[in-house]
Structure formats: C-alpha cells, structure tokens
Design a protein around this ligand. Structure first.
Ligand code: ASP
Length: 320
C-alpha cells in the first residue's frame, strides 16, 4: 500500500536570513506545520488527495503571511486579481479561475469549476458569478487589503518595477524574504492511500502587475498539473517563464517519455530550463510512489511535507 503524503509551498525567493527574526521565522514554520498537519489528517481519515490539496490551499489563502487570498499583492491599478487552479490526477479533470476580485477563496471556485462545469478555466466576472451561483463567499475589495502589500505596491510604483513576491535582500526588518521580491504563490500536492494524485495552486500574482495579467498559476501544465500515471506538481516563480516552459507538465513529460526519476525531472526543469530563460522560483512535486521533491533555484522557498503518521518536515532556506 502506498504511504499517503502531502507537500505544500508558500512561495520562493531570496532569503535575507539576517533580517528574519526568530518570532517571524516561527510564525512561518508554525503556519506551514499546522497546514501540513491538517492535510495529513484528511489523508489519514481516508480523504482524497483532491480534498487534501483543496483544503491545504484554502488554509494558505486564509493566512495573510502568503500572497494568495487574504494577503494577496496589488495590481498596478491598486486592485486585487486572484488566480487559482486544481487538478485531479485520477480523472484528469481540472478547474481554474483567473482575475477574480471578490471570491474569498479562489481555490474553492477552481474546485467548483472542476466539479460543476464542462469548462476548465473561467475568468473575471463570469468566474465570480459562477462561484456565487455555487454558494461561495464573496467579499469586498477591502477584505484582501493588507498594509504591507499596499506599501509594497508604492515601492514598486516608485521604482517602476513589476515585483515578484519573495525575492531579494529584505528592506523590511523582520521579513525573511524581501516582501517586494518574493514569490508568494501557494500550492499543495498530495498522494492518497488509494494511489490518487492531486495538485492545487493559488496566487495574487505579482505586485504592480498590469490589470488583466494572468500568470502560470491557473494554467494547467504551467503552474499546476496532476496525473496518476506519474506526478502532481505545483509551481511558484516568474509566471511568464513557467508558462513558456510548461514547467509542471514538463516535469511529468520528462518522467513519462524520458524515464527520468522525480528528482531528475524536477531538477532539470527548475534548476536548468527555467533558469536558462531567466526565470526564478521552485516547485513541489509528489510522484505515484510517494517520492517528494521540493526544488527551487532561488535562495529559499517556504515549503514542507508530511507522510501520514510522520511529523511535518518544513523548511525556508536552502539547506547547506
Ligand atoms: N507564479 C506567480 C505568478 O506569476 C507568482 C508567484 O509564484 O508568486 O503569478
């Protein structure tokens, strides 16, 4: 019997270890550990991989430490536009939403698309009314507002940069990753006791992004992919590069057609192919045998995994 496992990420970027207070580090570690534990409980109780990743990402969206749901970054126009995706490796069904402004938990809207729509990806107002028709909570724009993200947009506007959410030497004391330059997308991948794989990804995108811009996170095969035949993957990083490389699907294809192991395939994509195109970030992946890979080419990635019955294993920095 396979050993069920869940892995999650809360974004990648350059870690300024010196600017990380012990308290802040503990906040991240506790948040990651608690969410892995919830996912492990769902899997231990016989829940599906799909349910485990949906709930883990919903919890990450609810946590303002991460750039998804509450805590999401601002667009250039000072609004929030959220993207999310979920894929079931058993049925190869997928659901995604992009550019939603009022859905409290975009991952639940993505799941509703997967379950209730013949379509895969809904955008903007159509996605919002679909979510509302399926009983999902709508919120006002102020729900997503956080002072930290607003200040981040003002810095981005003053330097005319489009910023990823976890990268660079921190200018904010007490934040381990530079809040202006870190990738804060969240994601989860899981293998359940029945041998099913699933993946989910959710993001606020990039600070100062053009309104209407959609990144890799809600694009099947780019920022999210799951197939019981090989692997489940969720990505974080420079969205445009992950789209151009079809990063998540590329890991699956290297395993399926190239015979590479999970470690080889995920390293090839994240450490080589993404970097060649100037991209930065990472991925979490679990294969059908329950192997876990958490590669990133940035200095750090909020990440962790937990096999059912084991303690959660979390990390932020690159291991020496
Ligand atoms: N990949 C996301 C995007 O480009 C950003 C991130 O990972 O934080 O929208």
């Amino acid at each position: 019997m396979v050993k069920a496992v869940i892995a999650i990420h809360g974004g990648a970027g350059a870690i300024a270890r010196a600017s990380m207070s012990v308290e802040k580090e503990q906040l991240y570690i506790q948040a990651l550990s608690a969410i892995i534990t919830q996912g492990q409980t769902i899997l231990a109780d016989g829940g599906s991989a799909l349910d485990a990743v949906t709930e883990a990402v919903r919890l990450l969206e609810e946590c303002p430490l991460f750039n998804a749901g509450k805590g999401a970054v601002f667009t250039h126009q000072g609004t929030h536009e959220l993207d999310a995706c979920v894929m079931d490796g058993h049925s190869l069904q997928a659901g995604a939403v992009a550019g939603v402004k009022r859905v409290r938990n975009p991952v639940l809207a993505a799941r509703a698309v997967l379950e209730n729509s013949p379509h895969v990806l809904l955008i903007g107002e159509g996605a919002e009314s679909f979510a509302s028709d399926h009983g999902l909570e709508q919120v006002g724009a102020d729900f997503f507002y956080t002072q930290e993200r607003w200040d981040q947009l003002q810095r981005a506007l003053s330097t005319q940069q489009m910023l990823l959410d976890h990268d660079g030497a921190s200018q904010t004391p007490d934040d381990p990753l530079d809040p202006d330059r870190k990738f804060g997308t969240v994601g989860a991948v899981a293998l359940d006791q029945y041998g099913n794989l699933a993946a989910a990804t959710s993001t606020g995108g990039m600070t100062n992004k053009q309104a209407g811009r959609v990144g890799d996170s809600p694009i099947i095969g780019a920022g999210c992919y799951a197939n019981n035949a090989n692997v489940a993957v969720s990505c974080t990083g420079t969205g445009e590069v992950f789209m151009r490389t079809l990063a998540a699907y590329d890991i699956a294809a290297l395993m399926e057609y190239g015979g590479l192991s999970l470690q080889e395939a995920s390293n090839r994509v994240i450490m080589e192919k993404i970097k060649v195109l100037g991209g930065s970030g990472g991925a979490i992946a679990v294969d059908r045998d329950g192997n876990v890979a958490l590669p990133f080419n940035s200095e750090g990635m909020y990440r962790g995994f937990g096999y059912v019955g084991d303690a959660p294993n979390v990390g932020i920095y690159r291991e020496a």
